[in-house]
Design a protein around this ligand. Structure first.
Ligand code: MGP
Length: 210
């Protein structure tokens, strides 16, 4: 619904009862309306090379951009290199603003990650969509335990791509499994995802898988 503002001689967009946000359907004149995300998300990139040292690894992390709206997300997605074209050893990390994509961050240090390694030769045509749908599940908050999600990573390696979703905690099996199942379904991942906590150096005798 458009409403006239006599002081500014402007047409203001007003959401109707049935709409939550102002969209171009409410405001056919000003095409700059945006759809805010519930959280802001930051895209990071790194390519630390083959030999990495945990003490210096952080230096290779580059913070690229933070998006706050759906439109800004697509603007970034359409203008950065696709995952399948990244150099070997690169990673994209999409994390909630304020969380660094590293184990040491307070939001991650008690958490873990769901991940799967997808053979490069079999997945090259699918990896961009899997990564896209992983990011959409994050920014669209597809997860029942949304607060438990910290971010997602795509890693490009010589023989495989790895998709990972990082969680805030790693002790509640029901919550962790629920997140894994949602990721698998949302990103249409075929194959088995395995959960690993960031801090347990000894892997579980029976790893959690979906
Ligand atoms: P990786 O990319 O997560 O594993 O970490 P990958 O691809 O299986 O490589 P591999 O060498 O472990 O087989 C690679 C290396 O980057 C780690 O061994 C660390 O040296 C460093 N590194 C990665 N991450 C995500 C972190 C982190 O969060 N903190 C620190 N300090 N180092 C990290």
């Amino acid at each position: 619904m458009a409403q006239h503002d006599s002081d500014n001689n402007n047409t203001l967009a007003v959401p109707t009862e049935n709409t939550k946000y102002v969209t171009v359907f409410n405001d056919p004149v000003n095409f700059n309306v945006k759809h805010p995300l519930n959280n802001s998300w930051t895209l990071w990139f790194d390519n630390p090379g083959k030999k990495t040292n945990p003490n210096t690894w952080e230096q290779s992390l580059k913070e690229l951009i933070t998006v706050e709206t759906v439109e800004d997300f697509w603007g970034v997605y359409n203008n950065v290199m696709k995952a399948c074209d990244l150099a070997i050893n690169s990673n994209y990390h999409l994390f909630k603003q304020g969380i660094k994509p590293m184990w040491e961050d307070p939001a991650n240090k008690r958490g873990g990650k769901w991940s799967i390694q997808l053979p490069r030769n079999k997945t090259i045509s699918e990896i961009d969509n899997i990564w896209l749908y992983t990011m959409l599940a994050c920014i669209g908050e597809a997860f029942e335990h949304e607060n438990e999600v910290c971010g997602a990573v795509v890693s490009v390696r010589k023989a495989f791509f790895r998709i990972a979703l990082w969680t805030r905690s790693s002790d509640n099996q029901e919550i962790v499994m629920n997140i894994g199942r949602t990721l698998k379904r949302s990103a249409n991942i075929h194959g088995t995802l395995e959960f690993q906590s960031h801090h347990d150096s000894t892997p579980k005798a029976e790893p959690w898988t979906v």
